[in-house]
Ligand binder design. Structure first.
Ligand code: AMP
Ligand code: MG
Length: 409
């Protein structure tokens, strides 16, 4: 049994990220949410595109208003009105100003904005009642971004803030990594699909769906290859198809020591290199990891909770790395107070499922109610965190601090 950390580092070392030239596709900005930039983006546009006003007010020459006060206002003549989108026609000379609105282009000659709250307007004249700071409320061309510089680095995941920057910089087509393909197989003679009638002794293949769902959430594309019988020939064939068509293969079931558990033996006899045979983790001890040249194979345990917990802990980081995220994506651990006693057998690192809440500004872990059998997937619903009991500990009492792994939903 490998310690969790050791298993994690073996897996991460096996992953070769997608290639930022070959494994890419072009997508429209609109479809880029959640995708990972393959290469750095530069724009030919400055941002702001031109000097403009940050406020509603008057565009002035600082020299004209530097001694303005309520008792001694600077009196300026308004020669133009500049709203956003309008190209100013006049130059501001000594004693002149232009009415200007937020986002509108600064007229030539003016260098400072006086906000409208600090002036009194009378017809064509404004009385400036206070001295602004030099260049106050002017957003200068290129102040936030200079054309040609790196706007965003490669290897980052795109969401609203990056999409906004890309839109403003008129980068409407992007080179992103293709989504890694992850094949999913469910092994077991007892399995039926959710829409098949359930005969005595049969079990619904929930893992196929659960795994497809977390694969999508991890930014990859699931290939659902269905249910495979616990028969060496059928399994061998399914493994071969899966390895051919995907970057990563995940099977569930058939990795324990039962009479029908063939996965590990077949991985070996079909030319795979086994890197992990079992991990000191609960649930999930029989986790099996193999490689076939550049393809990775994860044999997850069949119990639905074991399959999901081992996915979150070991497979998701591997998929994120494969997908091209440049900074190693790691599961996030935080310290929280446990709201219930947490029990473990002390022999393996235990991951107990539940919810993380914030109570009076402090993270609190609430163990899911009901059975913590790894076959109980019903109370897994709404899980957003796993409370961890380290090896050697059998009880963490209510109120104590524990490590919690966040489940990335
Ligand atoms: P195994 O790891 O094959 O020994 O399976 C352990 C337990 O998980 C058994 O009770 C199986 O019926 C159940 N199981 C295996 N595969 C699945 C699956 N795809 N969906 C739901 N339960 C499963
Ligand atoms: Mg089985």
């Amino acid at each position: 049994m490998l310690p969790v950390k050791e298993a994690e580092s073996i897996i991460m070392n096996l992953v070769q990220p997608l290639d930022n030239q070959r494994d890419v596709e072009i997508v429209d900005l609109f479809a880029a949410t959640g995708r990972i930039l393959a290469t750095a983006v530069r724009s030919e546009l400055n941002f702001p595109h031109w000097d403009n006003s940050a406020m509603d007010g008057y565009a002035v020459r600082y020299a004209d208003v530097q001694n303005a006060s309520e008792e001694n206002p600077a009196i300026l003549e308004v020669i133009e009105e500049i709203s956003a989108g309008y190209q100013p026609k006049q130059t501001i000379h000594k004693g002149q100003t232009a009415r200007i609105l937020t986002g509108a282009v600064m007229p030539i000659g003016a260098d400072t904005i006086v906000i409208q709250e600090l002036v009194r307007r009378q017809g064509n004249q404004v009385f400036v009642l206070a001295t602004p700071k030099p260049q106050e409320f002017v957003r200068h061309k290129g102040e936030f971004y200079q054309a040609g510089a790196q706007l965003l680095p490669g290897g980052i995941r795109l969401s609203a803030p990056e999409i906004a920057a890309l839109a403003a910089a008129q980068c409407s087509q992007l080179s992103v990594y293709r989504k890694p393909k992850v094949a999913v197989l469910s092994t077991g003679n007892e399995l039926v699909t959710p829409d098949q009638p359930l005969k005595a002794g049969q079990i619904v293949d929930s893992n196929q769906y659960a795994l497809a769902s977390v694969i999508i959430q991890s930014g990859a594309e699931p290939l659902m290859l269905g249910i495979v019988k616990d028969e060496p020939e059928a399994l061998t064939q399914a493994m071969a198809i899966a390895l051919q068509s995907a970057d990563v293969v995940i099977s569930s079931g058939g990795v324990s020591v039962g009479d029908y558990d063939y996965v590990e033996k077949l991985l070996e006899s079909n030319g795979g290199t086994i890197h992990i045979r079992s991990v000191a983790v609960k649930p999930g001890k029989p986790l099996t990891v193999a490689s076939f040249e550049d393809k990775l194979y994860f044999g997850l345990p069949g119990n639905p909770v074991s399959a999901l917990v081992t996915f979150w802990r070991f497979v998701q980081p591997a998929i994120k790395k494969l997908a091209g995220i440049s900074q190693d994506w790691k599961p996030k651990f935080i310290i929280a107070r446990t709201h219930y006693d947490l029990h473990s057998d002390g022999k393996r690192e235990s991951y107990l499922w539940g919810k993380l809440d914030i109570v009076d500004g402090i993270y609190e872990f609430h163990l899911a109610g009901g059975s913590h059998s790894s076959g109980n997937l019903i109370n897994l619903a709404q899980t957003n965190a796993l409370g961890i009991v380290p090896i050697g500990q059998t009880l963490i009492p209510k109120g104590e601090e524990i490590q919690v792994m966040l489940v990335d939903l």
